[in-house]
Design a protein around this ligand. Structure first.
Ligand code: FAD
Length: 348
């Protein structure tokens, strides 16, 4: 069992792994090159879902991720970083509608909650939408989905860990198939019984320090944050040209196609909800999605280096609390072989 664990990265994964390790009795040092939540977890749409995720094992992992958020929020006073308002999705393209129908049928077959709404039912949920641009029916509603304020959850989960900020990991001392210590840019050296790689989009660099080749195919996405505006956007909305959700204190978070300029994303949101025209764009952030080579998470120990562990994925907002708990359990000697089997590093 590991006594002192060094967690590299203080995003949603680093925070979730750290909290789960502390709960199991480890001493934890979390090291981040910048500030906690300053990486992808601070520039994400953070929609909590398992909507169209394949294969089945990945769908199930995301469903477990959603359940873990629900449980954490129910157990934690003032945990209003978690918002379960559902998700709406529709399209104005015939081919996309066929795909949406297929997705709804598939997730219903998995026992996931989904139903179809008409335009008037949609307008009861989202009354500030412009009815002119809406289809008469075929509007998919996924009532158990939601969204997360990741930085607030990170702050809560990091309580109790030693957090080293603004100091990058620059080396790993590896001898005899074990990581012995973590070297930092400041010259500090942290002895470790186990190390967890939660470096998000930079996870391949950390793996390389351990002598491991980790293929990643990261992509980036632009997020547009509005000023506070009195428009009723109460849940996650996936309309044909723009995705949006509330972002706290009356702000909205808008997300378009990856190559779309912020002005276009804002204009598309205004066409959908005319009241958004009273807002301004307060900030634009570009987030880098940490995507392992085959798109699926990489979780758990490296076979060649059994005290070096991975907790890296896209959809980390959804997955981190549950997947981080599985990774921490393995660090502390529990047998989670079945749960982690589809997501091992060795498949590369
Ligand atoms: C545009 C966009 C939209 C997204 N939408 C969703 C969504 O709707 N739903 C969803 O579930 N997920 C979504 N994601 C993905 C999700 O946000 C990420 O999977 C998740 O935030 C990754 O968290 P992380 O902790 O792995 O990485 P990060 O938050 O990036 O944390 C990694 C940390 O490691 C630190 N670090 C890096 N290198 C070093 C080093 N050498 N030494 C020390 N520290 C280091 C960084 O400073 C950083 O703070 C989206 C991502 C993007 C970009």
């Amino acid at each position: 069992m590991a006594e002192h664990v060094v967690v590299i990265g203080a995003g949603v994964y680093g925070a979730a792994v750290s909290a789960a390790l502390l709960r199991r009795g480890a001493r934890v040092t979390v090291v981040d090159a910048g500030a906690p939540g300053g990486g992808t977890s601070g520039a994400t749409f953070s929609w909590l879902n398992s909507c169209g995720k394949q294969p089945r094992a990945y769908h199930d992992l995301n469903v477990a991720g959603m359940a873990a958020h629900r449980k954490l929020a129910a157990e934690t006073p003032h945990s209003d970083w978690y918002h379960e308002g559902g998700n709406l999705e529709w399209t104005d393209d015939e081919a996309d509608l066929a795909q949406l129908r297929e997705k709804v049928t598939r997730v219903l077959g998995y026992g996931y909650e989904a139903r179809w709404l008409t335009r008037s039912e949609l307008l009861r949920l989202e009354p500030d939408l412009d009815p002119a641009g809406l289809p008469a029916d075929d509007i998919a509603y996924f009532p158990r989905e939601g969204w997360l304020e990741p930085t607030r959850m990170i702050a809560y989960l990091l309580a109790g860990a030693d957090v080293v900020r603004g100091d990058a990991v620059t080396g790993l001392d590896v001898t005899g198939e074990r990581v012995r210590a973590v070297a930092l840019a400041s010259g500090q050296r942290l002895a470790a019984d186990a190390v967890v790689n939660c470096a998000g989009p930079r996870a391949a660099d950390i793996a390389a320090l351990a002598g491991l080749t980790f293929p990643m195919r990261n992509t980036s996405g632009t997020l547009v944050y509005t000023s506070p505006v009195a428009v009723a956007v109460s849940r996650v909305v996936h309309a044909p040209r723009v995705h949006l959700r509330p972002d706290g204190a009356g702000r909205l978070l808008l997300h378009g196609h990856d190559e779309a300029a912020a002005e276009k994303v804002f204009a598309d949101a205004c066409a959908l909800y005319p009241g958004i025209g009273a807002a301004t764009v307060e900030s634009v952030r570009v987030g880098e999605r940490p995507i392992p080579g085959d798109g699926l998470p990489v979780l758990g120990r490296a076979e060649a280096l059994p005290n070096f562990h991975f907790a890296v994925s896209h959809s980390g907002a959804t997955l981190s609390v549950h997947a981080g708990d599985l990774v921490a359990a393995e660090v502390m000697g529990a047998d989670v072989t079945d749960a982690l089997a589809p997501f091992r590093f060795e498949r590369f």
